[in-house]
Design a protein around this ligand. Structure first.
Ligand SMILES: Cc1cc2nc3c(=O)[nH]c(=O)nc-3n(C[C@H](O)[C@H](O)[C@H](O)COP(=O)(O)O)c2cc1C
Length: 445
């Protein structure tokens, strides 16, 4: 989406940015962290075209932005939330928001956009007629973000949104950013609160003295001992703050992102292999997921060789052929319909449980148990793969009978679904689809 390469900016003779290259993929939150004076704001302002470039290339969705003026960036789909909010204090909140949709196409959809934007900021909705200068710092920051969203951008540039705000408000603000991001918006975030930024970002760059000195997944950087000491004010080994405070065993926010919130289903794969050791490590994790009567009926075939993939090809629905052939590994998640043969081994304290599955009268129950728990284990496989830093893409679009005839000709093992495993090309992801709300799904009785 955004591609910056070799960017250089100077203030007079003093270089502020030297040869900076970074990218933001569709639907990503990318953060740039670094000490004060590293050039973070300069970088954001250069991308927003508020500063002249000494060199380098700036592309957004393939379009060259190097000659673009600041007021034209909105038309390209980029909006800036500047450091210090920069609201017009004497104007009302609504008038400030209107300043965000000066561009004709955004202006034409003003009413609709305002309604959408205000759903993220109920406090702002209540203060539309108030003068912006009378709002608290946190509320002003929300107005500044809402103003940028009024331009209906595809990329939001955020410069130090937490500056001067209390920890509680910062928490609230970052939750809002997460919700906004879930609508499919890409975000480039520059933030002095590096720990918090790394918790919500997928990838991060470290800027020092105008140069990029490190980059990687946000979770990897968050765990980097040098970075933790230098910028995060954390000891190199101490636990990162946990979001879920309910249990001392809860994993931290960045781990939750890796496994759930930012993990995506992938369709485009990088040419990077997955080793035997990784597949073994994957099984060693997934095997601990619970199954009824410890039945563990899943049987997995990891199809990695070219020949194996060719055996799979004729069973695939057309939409799944290309991605499956390109994926480093395709797991066939299947289940053993006679899983109960292992019950004495798996339930040594109560081997008689096996009887619950034996004989024609129990055949339907056994089949149901195999399918239910085999499916669960397929889900454990996906989550284990994510926890190990792998990407996945599950598929039910294939002919199970063909796969069974080819891979399980004895008839005892039945295929359920497939999971491509490897390293997905994050730049090829579509914006994420929404999920149902708690109240649409859950009931507490
Ligand atoms: C069991 C299962 C079967 C799926 N089958 C297919 C498929 O055949 N082809 C495909 O392109 N995507 C398939 N998907 C991917 C889903 O569409 C995708 O997981 C869903 O849209 C959520 O996307 P996200 O994880 O990126 O948010 C499947 C997912 C699951 C869990």
């Amino acid at each position: 989406m955004l591609e910056v390469s070799g960017l250089s900016v100077s203030y007079g003779a003093a270089p502020a940015l030297r040869d900076v290259s970074l990218r933001v993929g569709a639907g990503e939150i990318v953060t740039v962290v670094g000490p004060n004076g590293a050039g973070k704001t300069t970088l954001i302002n250069a991308i927003a075209r508020l500063l002249p470039l000494q060199g380098g290339d700036l592309r957004f969705n393939g379009k060259d932005l190097t000659e673009t003026e600041a007021h034209e960036t909105a038309a390209h789909g980029i909006a800036l939330v500047p450091e210090g909010r920069r609201l017009w204090g004497d104007m009302t909140v609504e008038e400030n928001l209107d300043m965000g949709c000066y561009e004709p196409t955004a202006r034409a959809r003003r009413r609709e956009t305002l309604e959408q934007v205000l759903t993220f900021f109920p406090v702002v909705a209540e203060r539309l007629k108030a003068r912006a200068g009378t709002l608290s710092g946190g509320q002003q920051q929300m107005v500044a973000i809402a103003r940028a969203l009024m331009a209906r951008p595809r990329l939001l540039l955020l410069d130090e949104p937490s500056l001067g705000l209390s920890p509680l408000i910062v928490e609230e603000l970052f939750d809002m950013l997460r919700a906004i991001h879930a609508t499919g918006l890409s975000i480039l975030l520059v933030e002095q609160n590096a720990a918090r930024a790394l918790e919500i970002a997928q990838r991060a760059y470290v800027l020092e003295d105008g140069r990029l000195v490190n980059e990687g997944s946000a979770s990897a950087l968050l765990a980097d001992p040098r970075l933790r000491e230098a910028y995060l004010g954390l000891s190199p080994t101490s636990q990162v703050k946990t979001e879920a405070k309910a249990s001392p065993m809860a994993i931290d926010g960045s781990a939750l992102d890796v496994i759930f919130r930012k993990a995506r289903s992938h369709n485009v794969w990088l040419d990077k292999p997955v080793s035997d050791e990784q597949l073994r490590a994957l099984y060693e994790l997934m095997k601990w997921g619970p199954t009824s009567a410890n039945s563990t009926p899943a049987r997995i075939v990891f199809v990695r060789s070219r020949e194996g993939k060719e055996r799979l090809r004729p069973a695939l629905w057309p939409l799944n052929v290309e991605k499956t052939m390109a994926a480093p590994v395709t797991a066939i998640v299947a289940h053993d319909s006679e899983f109960y043969e292992f019950t004495p081994q798996l339930m040594p304290h109560n081997p008689a449980v096996q009887k619950a599955f034996l004989g024609p009268a129990k055949a339907a129950f056994a089949a149901e148990t195999a399918f239910r728990n085999g499916t669960l284990q397929g889900a454990y496989l996906i989550l284990a793969a994510r926890a190990l830093g792998l990407d996945t893409g599950a598929m039910s679009g294939f002919d199970n009978a063909k796969v069974d005839a080819e891979f399980f000709p004895e008839g005892r093992v039945k295929s359920n679904f497939l999971v491509n495993i490897g390293y997905g090309d994050h730049s090829k992801l579509h914006p994420r689809n929404p999920r149902l709300m708690f109240d649409e799904v859950c009931e507490i009785v």
